[in-house]
Ligand binder design. Structure first.
Ligand SMILES: *Cc1c(COP(=O)(O)O)cnc(C)c1O
Length: 234
């Protein structure tokens, strides 16, 4: 059995166990396979094992991979853009991805909405939030999330689905949970405020269990599926 298939099975078992242990509904956590730095052949191996949703961080790499995987005859896949967005690069994102997890400004959301082709379903959006202690400086500040969420929800060719965060890495389970809890509280506030959100995109290879305990509906897992990344390979 291929290593990728084996890893996918192990992660699926971890997700099922954490979902059950935390008293959540079976099937309420989706796995997004983060394939950045890995080639189309790795994606095709995961597809072969049944995986259908993939996340990419770097636009050109992602576009090349989407094309290569399509040309190889893969079934329909859901591609999620999860990297930083430059405002002059929104068009190919709007044209080639189904989801974007890293919206942090209204201007970017407006461009994505304007540039979304009319023959495609609305682009599915998560707002990236800079929860306290976040390592990267990306994301909207927690106090500004509500205003941005209402602006994005009003745009015609986008569907606001929820929130995403990348907390500062922590070793301790309790610390991991505390960071994810901050995002969950914001999410619940927005829902109480009338926004129809259903997605909490949080948890990666090292902290997905804690994220599931705090309500993650989508975990973004890369290295635990595909192995260690080599950024110098390019
Ligand atoms: C790379 C990346 C991941 C996956 O990280 P792993 O630690 O390899 O699981 C998830 N989310 C984002 C935004 C990433 O950039």
């Amino acid at each position: 059995m291929s290593l990728i298939r084996q890893n996918l099975q192990a992660i699926t078992a971890t997700i099922v166990a954490a979902t059950q242990e935390s008293g959540r509904q079976p099937g309420s956590v989706e796995l997004l396979a983060v394939s950045k730095t890995f080639g189309p052949e790795a994606v095709l191996e995961a597809v072969e094992a049944g995986q259908r949703a993939f996340g990419e961080n770097y636009l050109q790499e992602g576009l090349d991979k989407i094309r290569a995987v399509q040309e190889a005859g893969a079934p329909a896949l859901a591609w999620h853009f999860i990297g930083p967005i430059q405002s002059n690069k929104t068009r190919p994102i709007a044209e080639h991805f189904a989801w974007v997890h890293t919206v942090e400004r209204e201007k970017i959301a407006q461009r994505l909405s304007e540039q979304r082709p009319v023959d495609l379903p609305p682009l599915q959006i998560c707002l990236q939030v800079n929860i306290s202690g976040e390592a990267s400086k990306s994301g909207v500040a927690p106090e500004d999330v509500a205003a941005l969420a209402h602006q994005v929800a009003a745009l015609p060719n986008l569907t606001l689905r929820g929130l995403m965060a990348i907390p500062e890495p922590a070793v301790e389970f309790a610390k991991q949970r505390a960071a994810f809890a901050q995002l969950r509280v914001l999410y619940e506030q927005l829902r109480a405020d009338g926004l129809a959100l259903d997605t909490l995109s949080m948890g990666m290879s090292a902290d997905m269990r804690a994220a599931i305990f705090e309500g993650a509906t989508m975990v973004r897992v890369g290295s635990a599926i595909f192995g260690a990344r080599n950024y110098n390979k390019a």
